[in-house]
Design a protein around this ligand. Structure first.
Ligand SMILES: [Fe+2]
Length: 371
């Protein structure tokens, strides 16, 4: 790897190295608490943050490095990692600092894919740091995108490379953890943009109602209203084989019902979520469930994040509870409120960013699930 003698590497370059399985040694030099909050799964933690800040030298002299494997140093915003990079270079090691650090890494992505029995491509496109999962589904060269959370170019370049036409763009609900790129993607591709029926957003969309059918190639997506996480939440059933469950049902938990809710309202939404989950649990155990999020950063391992409904029923104990116990249990376990969610919802209601810095707004781990 030689980036024209640069001392830094950009997120897109590191992403490509990991995707192409090229050798790279990533050293995370952030404080331990920050590392525990979120990280790059392929990275190694070295507990030297305070020593680096204090100007201590020779911090890497006891570490072993493979020859010809470049080292990428990583911190929160790309400053302390520069100090680490310089020290490594003083030791003769080819080192680069990740520009913008974890703050910029929030836009990095990877993918995994499979085909269903009707030859429908199910491509899961993951924001690796944040754990947001979007989907590009294709049959006979016609495609649907669900919950676009990355730059439109990510989806359009994959579609272009495969000669697919993006026919529909849909969201499962109004998101609170990321700015939806759905409207932008539909505008860029002339696709039809659909949202769950509601009167909250300030722009035009085609409304989805319970039972809406969308055909792409020989495949069919059917919309199922599953309120609870939000009132307008939908899940999408494709070919009766795959369920795209948004933030209603995850592989290891269920959606949180509380954002922007008083205790009364959270209780009511938890009740709605219970009823919605009963609808989903009634499907065949063999159904594959593809969630809208995962709480942990996603490795570049090309393994789909999904599970069968049967296995989810076995693993997620809260699904076994009766309605009252489910509600009480859910309200007891609500995680910390995600940062900036009110601002993000406002932007999603407008359908535009108004110059907001999305990297700052969207930074950090995802906190949409309760397990
Ligand atoms: Fe959500």
């Amino acid at each position: 790897m030689n980036f024209k003698n640069a001392k830094t590497i950009k997120v897109a370059q590191l992403r490509t190295l990991l995707e192409n399985k090229e050798p790279v040694h990533i050293l995370d030099v952030r404080p331990k608490e920050e590392r525990e909050e979120w990280n790059i799964p392929e990275s190694e933690f070295v507990d030297i943050y305070s020593k680096l800040k204090a100007g201590e030298k020779k911090l890497f002299s006891n570490m072993n490095f493979h020859q010809n494997v470049p080292v990428v140093t990583l911190c929160a915003a790309g400053k302390t990692s520069m100090i680490a990079m310089e020290q490594l270079r003083e030791n003769g090691i080819e080192a680069y600092s990740l520009e913008g650090g974890m703050r910029e890494w929030t836009t990095a992505w990877n993918s995994a894919k499979t085909k269903d029995s009707l030859e429908t491509t199910v491509m899961q496109i993951r924001r690796t740091g944040k754990g947001c999962l979007s989907y590009l589904l294709e049959n006979n060269s016609e495609a649907i995108v669900i919950d676009a959370s990355l730059d439109t170019e990510v989806y359009t370049s994959i579609a272009k490379k495969n000669n697919w036409k993006i026919k529909y763009v849909v969201d499962t609900h109004i998101h609170a953890d990321h700015f939806s790129r759905g409207k932008q993607l539909a505008d860029a591709t002339n696709a039809i943009f659909l949202l769950p029926n509601q009167d909250l957003v300030n722009y035009k969309f085609q409304p989805i109602i319970d039972g809406t059918l969308l055909n792409f190639g020989k495949a069919t997506l059917k919309a199922i209203h599953t309120p609870g996480h939000t009132h307008e939440s939908y899940s999408y059933l494709v070919n009766n084989e795959s369920l795209f469950s948004g933030d209603t049902l995850f592989t290891g938990g269920v959606g949180r019902p509380d954002l922007k809710a008083t205790l009364d309202l959270a209780q009511q939404k938890a009740g709605l979520l219970y009823q919605s989950l009963q609808k989903l649990l009634a499907f065949e155990n063999s159904l594959t469930v593809y969630p809208g999020h995962i709480s942990n950063p996603v490795a570049f391992d090309e393994k789909l994040i999904c599970n069968t409904l049967g296995d989810i029923k076995k693993n997620v104990k809260i699904l076994e509870l009766n309605e009252n116990d489910f509600i009480n249990n859910l309200l007891k376990k609500i995680p910390e409120t995600p940062p900036n969610y009110e601002t993000i919802v406002k932007l999603n209601l407008k359908g535009r960013t108004d110059g907001a810095n999305l990297i700052d707004l969207e930074a950090g781990a995802n906190r949409c699930a309760i397990s």
